[in-house]
Design a protein around this ligand. Structure first.
Ligand SMILES: *Cc1c(COP(=O)(O)O)cnc(C)c1O
Length: 363
C-alpha cells in the first residue's frame, strides 16, 4: 500500500466543482491583484481568527518580515525565536537588520517559556513564539514575560490555523499574528500566500501600505515598502477552502487520536500542554534509530518527514552566532529521534491501520 504524507490531489478532487468555479470567476473578472476576492477572504479569515484585521501578503515569510518592519524592529535590535522551527521565522528577523536570539524548546517542541528570560537583553524588542506542528505555544507564560519586560509578541501561526489555547484561537494573543498559506499548510493556497492578522487599526493600516509599496493612492507613496500581496486567484481558492477548514481539522484530530491509541505503547507519541488544542499540522513521534525506521517505512510505501533535522541555531546559516549543541539540549536531543507520520484530512482508516501495523513491526 502507498501512504502519502499529504494528499493535495485528493483534497482538490473533494472540492473540485467549487474550486474550478472560483478560479474561473477570478479569471473572467480579471480580479488578479486586490479586488473583491482578496477583500472577501481577508474579511472571512479575520472573522475565523476572531480579530479585526487581516492583510493578505505574498507568503508567510514576508508576513513576519513586514510585521517586524512595521513595528520598527531593525538594526541593533534582538528578537527571540524558538530553536525548533522552519528557517522563515529567524530569517525574517535577520532581513530587518535585527539579530535572532534562539531559545530551546520544551517537551511540546515549542519555545520553552522557562528559558526565555535568560535570553532577554536591553536590546530585545520582540518574541516570536511559533505554534509548531499545530500546537499552541504556552501563550499565558509568554505574554506574562513579554508584558513584564515591555516586549512585543508576534505569533507565527504558519502551522496552526484554528488552533486554540485555553479556548482562545491562536492569533488573538500577540500584537499581530502571521500565517502561511503554502500549499501543504492546513489552509493552503495553490501557490504562495500569507497573511497578518491583528486588532490594532494603526498597525493594520501601516502593514497594508508597506506590503503594497507604501502606497496611499495610485502613484502616491507615503514611504517605501515592498511588493508582497495575496493575489486574487489564491484568495478565491482560500475562501473556498476556509469553509471546509473546521471539518478538515476535525478529521486531523480524529486521525491523531487513532495514532495515539495505536502507538502509545510503542513509541513516544505527542504530548499536549494543558489547555492546548492542536490542529495537527504534523503528527510527530520519537523513535530510536529513526533513520532506519524511516527507511523501513519507505520500503513499505509509507512517506514520512523530519521537522526539522537540524535545530535552526545549529544550521550553517547561523554559524556566525557561535551556538553549540549544549545551548539547546531539548531541541538537539529530539532532532535525531523525531519522525512525522502521514497526516492529512483524507487519511483513511485502512491507511492509518497500515501505518500503525508497519511501525509496530519495525520498532
Ligand atoms: C511555512 C512556515 C513559514 C513560512 O511560510 P511561507 O509561506 O513558506 O513563506 C513560517 N514559519 C513557519 C513555522 C512555517 O512552518
Amino acid at each position: 500500500m502507498q501512504v502519502l504524507f499529504a494528499d493535495l490531489k485528493k483534497q482538490y478532487l473533494s472540492i473540485k466543482g467549487e474550486i474550478d468555479f472560483a478560479i474561473n470567476s477570478v479569471i473572467n473578472e480579471s480580479a488578479f491583484i486586490k479586488g473583491k476576492y482578496v477583500e472577501s477572504f481577508e474579511k472571512n479569515f479575520a472573522d475565523f481568527v476572531g480579530v479585526k484585521h487581516c492583510i493578505g501578503v505574498g507568503n508567510g515569510t514576508d508576513a513576519i518580515f513586514i510585521t517586524l518592519k512595521c513595528l520598527g524592529v531593525g538594526v541593533g535590535d534582538e528578537v527571540i525565536v524558538p530553536a525548533n522551527s522552519f528557517i522563515a521565522t529567524s530569517e525574517a528577523v535577520t532581513l530587518t537588520g535585527a539579530k535572532p536570539v534562539f531559545v530551546d524548546c520544551n517537551e511540546f517542541y515549542n519555545i520553552d517559556s522557562n528559558k526565555i528570560e535568560a535570553a532577554i537583553t536591553p536590546k530585545t524588542k520582540a518574541i516570536i513564539p511559533v505554534h509548531l506542528y499545530g500546537q499552541p505555544a504556552d501563550m499565558d507564560e509568554i505574554m506574562q514575560i513579554a508584558n513584564g519586560k515591555g516586549l512585543t509578541v508576534i505569533e507565527d501561526a504558519a502551522q496552526a490555523h484554528g488552533a486554540e489555547f485555553k479556548g482562545k484561537k491562536v492569533g488573538t494573543f500577540g500584537v499581530a499574528t502571521t500565517f502561511s498559506f503554502y500549499p501543504g499548510k492546513n489552509l493552503g493556497a495553490y501557490g504562495d500566500g500569507g497573511a497578518v492578522v491583528m486588532n490594532d487599526d494603526k498597525l493594520a493600516e501601516k502593514i497594508r501600505m508597506f506590503a503594497n509599496h507604501g502606497r496611499i493612492g495610485k502613484y502616491n507613496h507615503e514611504f517605501e515598502g515592498v511588493n508582497s500581496r495575496l493575489d486574487g486567484l489564491q484568495a478565491a481558492i482560500l475562501d473556498i477552502k476556509l469553509m471546509h477548514l473546521d471539518a478538515w481539522t476535525k478529521s486531523r484530530i480524529v486521525a491523531a487520536n487513532k495514532y495515539d491509541d495505536g502507538l502509545r505503547n510503542l513509541v513516544q507519541i505527542p504530548t499536549m500542554l494543558q489547555g492546548a488544542n492542536s490542529v495537527y499540522h504534523l503528527y510527530v513521534i520519537q523513535v530510536e534509530d529513526r533513520d532506519q525506521v524511516r527507511s523501513a517505512l519507505k520500503d513499505k510505501g509509507i512517506e514520512t518527514g523530519i521537522h526539522y533535522p537540524i535545530p535552526l541555531p545549529l544550521l550553517n546559516a547561523y554559524k556566525y552566532l557561535n551556538y553549540t549543541v549544549r545551548d539547546f539540549p531539548t531541541a538537539a536531543g529530539a532532532a535525531d529521534k523525531i519522525l512525522s507520520l502521514p497526516m492529512h484530512e483524507n487519511l483513511t482508516i485502512e491507511e492509518q491501520g497500515y501505518v500503525i501495523e508497519a511501525v509496530t513491526n519495525i520498532v
